[in-house]
Write a protein that binds this ligand. Structure first.
Ligand SMILES: Cc1ncc(COP(=O)(O)O)c(C=O)c1O
Length: 393
């Protein structure tokens, strides 16, 4: 056998990752070795997909939906998404602008590929979902962080976002409610941002609204779909993963400006052809069926949010803002004297609690740790006690 001299391209070495998957693997290895682990690292609902959605997929398989579907999704599903948007946002979107893809991530992947090139700049939230920065670096574009600060409850400052735009800026990514901070951007700040964007017509916007159904304390989700003045440059990312506890089904959607929907479809044809057919039927059942499970899940998250925020604030050296949405708390742990990574490692190895270091979400995450409260109140309380013992230690 000759020694291989294969050469993956340079950009492959710039691709980052989502360390939540590494923590999950480490937590599972510790659990297998007999150490009890409570997982507050995971970013997915701890609920099962509602039965009527599962049944719709089984029925679709029985009905013989075994082949390829149109690349952007079956028409009934695209229409169901448009109907859902009309019902919830009061906005009419042409189903031809909707592209169904295998997970929320895929819309992000396509949008960043479409706008990222060496010499261009992309603004992204930091701390934020790690895939944004990873993909921007992959394309060779310059990743320009929009810092999300604790003192602003992890919302952004529209004026500083607008001040970061240059003639080379191609794309602005926003995510509200946000991973990992749970921050929700108030309407006043979005109004200001959209008004300011009028002076920058060369900037496309990717609005990741995957947690739109998970907001608390009477907060209304502010969707960028409700700003007609930016519809010709808005890419809206949403999906089924979080809302309907369907992370493993792999399905999401993008609402694209006219013209870009065809480009997204072309990327889909080059990549995955179409989403699994039976899953698409499940997606119709999710949107058109009863929504009680969404409300029940959000109510459960809300109850746990109170438990975790109160518990974290009672730990020595830890302070925690009250998150406005999603299912994450992002406490400040600087008072413990540990770095975020040390906190993550020690809490996992010594207390048996999986969390994710804030630095996994970007450089502005130093000093913070993400706790997911997609776990039972009982487990959250037990985890907090274990961390308390460690910190008292
Ligand atoms: C902000 C954000 N966007 C997108 C996604 C991706 O969702 P999906 O599992 O549907 O690809 C996630 C998942 O954690 C997320 O937190």
């Amino acid at each position: 056998m000759t020694t291989s001299t294969i050469q993956p391209t340079e950009k492959m070495y710039r691709l980052g990752t989502e360390s939540a998957f590494d923590v999950l693997a480490k937590a599972e290895a510790l659990a297998r070795s007999g150490k009890p682990i409570i997982n507050l690292g995971i970013g997915q609902p701890d609920f099962k997909t509602p039965p009527h959605i599962v049944e719709a997929a089984i029925q679709a398989l029985r009905d013989g939906h075994h082949g390829y579907t149109p690349a952007p999704g079956i028409p009934e599903l695209r229409e169901a998404v448009a109907e859902d948007i009309a019902n919830r946002r009061g906005v009419n979107v042409d189903p031809n602008r909707i592209v169904i893809v295998p997970g929320g991530k895929v819309t992000m992947f396509f949008a960043i590929l479409m706008f990222g090139d060496p010499g261009t700049e992309i603004l992204y939230p930091n701390p934020g979902f790690p895939i944004y920065e990873s993909l921007i670096n992959f394309t060779g574009a310059k990743a320009v962080p929009v810092p999300l600060l604790e003192e602003k409850d992890f919302s952004f400052d529209a004026d500083s976002v607008l001040a970061s735009i240059t003639p080379n800026t191609r794309l602005l990514i926003i995510n509200s409610p946000a991973n990992p901070t749970g921050g929700a951007i108030p309407k006043s700040e979005i109004d200001k941002l959209v008004a300011g964007l009028a002076a920058h017509p060369h900037v496309a916007i990717l609005s990741d609204e995957i947690y739109d159904r998970m907001t608390y304390d009477g907060r209304e989700h502010v969707s960028l779909l409700n700003y007609p003045e930016i519809q010709d440059r808005l890419i809206l990312l949403n999906g089924w993963s979080k809302t309907y506890a369907m992370t493993g089904w792999r399905m999401g959607y993008g609402v694209w400006p006219e013209g870009l929907a065809e480009m997204a479809t072309r990327l889909a044809i080059n990549c995955h052809s179409c989403v699994n057919a039976a899953t698409q039927y499940a997606g119709i059942a999710a949107l058109k069926g009863p929504q009680d499970s969404v409300e029940e899940m959000t109510a459960a998250f809300n109850a746990r949010r109170k438990v975790i925020v109160e518990g974290l604030n009672s730990l020595p050296g830890v302070t925690c803002r009250t998150p406005g949405g999603a299912f994450y708390a992002f406490p400040n742990i600087t008072g413990t004297g540990m770095t975020s990574q040390q906190f993550q490692d020690r809490v996992l190895e010594e207390a048996g609690v999986a969390t994710i270091s804030g630095t996994s979400f970007g450089s502005y995450g130093e000093g913070y740790v993400r706790f997911s409260y997609a776990n039972s109140v009982e487990n959250i309380e037990a985890a907090l006690e274990k961390v308390r013992k460690l910190l008292a230690g």
